[in-house]
Structures are given as structure tokens and as C-alpha cells.
Design a protein around this ligand. Structure first.
Ligand SMILES: *Cc1c(COP(=O)(O)O)cnc(C)c1O
Length: 431
């Protein structure tokens, strides 16, 4: 196989082949694998900065804030890098609140989303003086009001409305439909705002929506915006001022040749529509996760065994569904490419699978690869929803993570040992 035949890996130019092997910025990926072992997550700081910069630039000159959705990748150094690039945080738990604060995100730039906030989480967020609670139900309004009054403060709130964007035109939308658990239904939102306005522990500051993830077109966002603006106008006619409009996250990335709009194109279209409807001066927030980190990372894994057979060929690698859960969970596709493409081995069709005892433990199916035991493979687009979803299944410690900047590399998470895994467990004491 010639180098030109190497399967493309998203993340160029930060992840690219040079001198016959894969590099991350100015560091050969194989060198990192030798130093830190595998499976290994490798991130590019320049890629993170470029992604954040694209969002910031798209919003330049506007009263706007990009709030990074931590659940995509909540590793402290990653959050720190994005915080230093000017991002706030979109959090969904007390744990993510602690991470955002620890990473130096200014509290005023934190928005708290999620359908199941506990009283303890609300208290912690109020004590930290976060920027906004994105409230998802009327019941949550009442609880937040009570918790805020106990603390003698007012909670800044926005209601997450569910715009019920038509699934027939946009079937890939997963959270903006009436039938799912997220947000307050469009036709109940006005009454919910009137209810919120009567609660003394709350201060209404905005409205928000988040219609789904891995969205690769502008139209569903425009549909949602129109529906939300209809509501804004109705709610403000009721005498309730809405300072900001939070349009959520969800912008897709290239996993296998998708061509999502750039932040510039998406934001440009949305701001134009806002202007056209006379809302141009309103503060806007976005909550991107995947589009900030997804293609800023890869996962490097070593081929343990090649198991050819009459019907299926399996490459067994040392990364598994506990490191990379998306294929097992969502049937998701990640590009898989050799770190050091070889020319001395014929290309065959392989299923790339992990060592975990589940048939669902696969990373890629029917991939054309020339590989042998001992070779390194790079799993692409592994920056989002991989490490943050990793588990200990099969008593496998979590992988190490390395961040690269130019020719320098820093270990940002040490590989977990087995002792780390059972640290909180207690030996049997009953008889
Ligand atoms: C998950 C989530 C995001 C981020 O979604 P991406 O698809 O990663 O951009 C933003 N806002 C909310 C409320 C979310 O639940």
C-alpha cells in the first residue's frame, strides 16, 4: 500500500502524514505511543485553539459568549485550554461545575443545563454565582426558587424550550422533538415563563434551546430559531424581558466525509435571521461541545492479534468499548488509519475489535487495512464523547491522555492502575 492510499484521518492539518508516518503537530504519534503506552488519547492544542477561534471569530463584534459543553470532554487540561481561549462552560452536573471552576472558567460564563439537577447541585452553583440555570421543567423552577430563597439569593434563569422542529424534514435531530425528555414544550413555554416571573427566588434573564447533536445542516437551526423568536416575542409581550438567547450546541464534525457548516457559516446565517427579525442587539450564547474538541483528538491503539477466518477477519487491538464507547452505543463510525503505513503487507478487510467480552466491542467494521500484530492504529475524531464516556468495564483502567503543542507534549492524564480502580472498595467484612 502506498502512503497515498492511507485512509484519510479527520483533523488535518494538525494530524497529518509526514515522512511515511502520522504526526500530531510536530511530534510523531509513534514516539508518544512508545513513551506513554497504548491505548493513548492524543490531542492537539493548536486544533483546540483553531476550533475555539472559529467560533469566537464568527461572533466577533457581537454581545456573545461561547460556552463549551464539558460533557464532550471534561479532562481538566482540555477545559483549561478552552477557558484560556475565552470559552465559558455548559455544565450538566455538580461534578462538571467543580471541573469548570477548577479549570478557571469564570463563574459568570457558566450555564447549567440538564433535566435532573439536584438541590445540592443547585446550591453549589448558586454559591459559585454561575451565569445562568437552563431550567428544563416547571417542577425544577419551583425547586430552584426554594433553594435560592434558602440561600438568600436570586437564581438567574433561562428556560430551555423544546422547539419541536419537524422530524420529517430533519430526522437527525434527537433532542428538539416533542417526544423526548428535554426542555419545556413550545406551547407550554409562555405559561412557564409567567409562572417563573412570579417566583421571588428567580431572576429571568434568557431563553434557550438545544435541538440535538452531530447536526450537519443550517436549516434545523434556522427552524428552531424562528420558533424560539416567536416565543420571545410572545413572552416579552407578557412583560417579561429576555436578555439573552442561547441556541445550544450540536454542530457536527467530519467523521467520514460529512461536510457540516463552519461555525462562521452557521453563526452567520443565524445572526442574519436575528437581524432580519429585529433582534440583532440581543446577547447570544452557544454551547458547542463536539465541534470544539471532536477532531482535536485521536486514540492510538496497538494491534494485538490478527485473526483471519473464512468469513470474517478480526484485528484485535488494545483499545476497547470502555475507551471508545461510541461504536457500541450509537453504531458510530470512527476513521481508523495506520500510524506507520506499511507496504510489505497486503491490504485486507478487517473488523477492528477490542478485548472486552462483548460482541458489541468493536471499533470499526469492514475496514481496508494493511496491518500486523505490533502495529499502531489511530482512531480518528476521538476528542469528543470518548474519554468523557469511558468506563472501567472488564476492570480496565482508563487510558492516558497527552496534549501536544508544536514539538512539545504533556501528559495530561496518567494511565490508571488497577490499584486506582479498587481504591474505594472495601474487603469483605461480613461472615
Ligand atoms: C450535549 C449538549 C451540548 C453540546 O452538544 P454537542 O453536540 O457536543 O455540540 C450543548 N448543550 C446541551 C444542553 C447539551 O446537552
Amino acid at each position: 500500500m502506498s502512503l497515498a492510499d492511507s485512509p484519510p484521518l479527520p483533523g488535518a492539518p494538525f494530524f497529518a502524514y509526514r515522512d511515511g508516518e502520522l504526526w500530531v503537530e510536530d511530534v510523531p504519534v509513534a514516539q508518544l505511543a512508545r513513551e506513554h503506552g497504548t491505548p493513548l488519547f492524543v490531542y492537539s492544542l493548536a486544533a483546540l485553539r483553531a476550533a475555539a477561534g472559529a467560533w469566537q471569530q464568527a461572533l466577533a463584534g457581537r454581545d456573545a459568549q461561547v460556552c463549551y459543553a464539558l460533557k464532550a470532554n471534561s479532562t481538566l487540561a482540555i477545559v483549561q485550554a478552552l477557558a484560556r481561549a475565552g470559552c465559558g462552560a455548559d455544565i450538566v452536573s455538580g461534578g462538571e461545575l467543580a471541573r469548570a471552576l477548577r479549570a478557571g472558567v469564570p463563574p459568570q460564563r457558566i450555564v447549567f443545563s440538564g433535566v435532573g439537577k439536584t438541590r445540592a447541585e443547585m446550591r453549589a452553583a448558586l454559591e459559585a454565582s454561575i451565569g445562568c440555570f437552563n431550567v428544563e421543567s416547571v417542577g425544577e423552577l419551583d425547586v430552584l426558587d426554594a433553594v435560592a430563597r434558602e440561600l438568600g439569593v436570586q437564581a438567574p434563569v433561562s428556560l430551555r424550550v423544546n422547539p419541536d422542529v419537524d422530524a420529517r424534514t430533519h430526522p437527525y435531530i434527537s433532542t428538539g422533538l416533542r417526544d423526548n425528555k428535554f426542555g419545556i414544550p413550545h406551547d407550554e413555554a409562555r405559561a412557564a415563563y409567567r409562572h417563573a416571573a412570579r417566583l421571588p427566588g428567580l431572576r429571568i434573564i434568557g431563553i434557550d434551546c438545544h435541538i440535538g447533536s452531530q447536526i450537519t445542516a443550517v436549516e434545523p437551526y434556522l427552524d428552531a430559531l424562528e420558533r424560539v423568536l416567536d416565543l420571545v416575542e410572545a413572552i416579552e409581550a407578557d412583560g417579561i424581558a429576555l436578555h439573552h438567547l442561547d441556541l445550544g450546541g450540536g454542530l457536527g464534525i467530519d467523521y467520514r466525509g460529512e461536510t457540516p457548516p463552519s461555525p462562521q457559516a452557521l453563526v452567520g446565517a443565524l445572526l442574519a435571521r436575528l437581524d432580519a427579525r429585529g433582534h440583532g442587539r440581543r446577547r447570544v450564547l452557544f454551547e458547542p461541545g463536539r465541534s470544539l474538541v471532536g477532531n482535536a483528538g485521536i486514540c492510538v491503539t496497538e494491534v494485538l492479534y490478527a485473526k483471519p477466518s473464512a468469513t470474517k477477519n478480526f484485528l484485535v487491538v488494545d483499545a476497547a468499548m470502555n475507551d471508545l464507547p461510541r461504536p457500541a452505543m450509537y453504531d458510530a463510525y470512527h476513521a481508523i488509519a495506520p500510524v506507520q503505513p506499511r507496504t510489505d503487507t497486503p491490504t485486507q478487510t478487517w473488523d477492528v475489535v477490542g478485548p472486552v467480552c462483548e460482541s458489541g466491542d468493536w471499533l470499526g467494521r469492514d475496514r481496508e487495512l494493511a496491518a500486523q500484530p505490533g502495529d499502531l492504529l489511530a482512531v480518528g475524531s476521538a476528542g469528543a464523547y470518548c474519554m468523557s464516556m469511558a468506563s472501567h468495564y472488564n476492570t480496565r483502567g482508563k487510558a492516558a491522555e497527552v496534549l501536544v503543542s508544536g514539538a512539545r507534549a504533556q501528559l495530561i492524564r496518567a494511565r490508571e492502575t488497577v490499584a486506582d480502580l479498587w481504591q474505594q472498595e472495601r474487603a469483605l467484612a461480613l461472615d
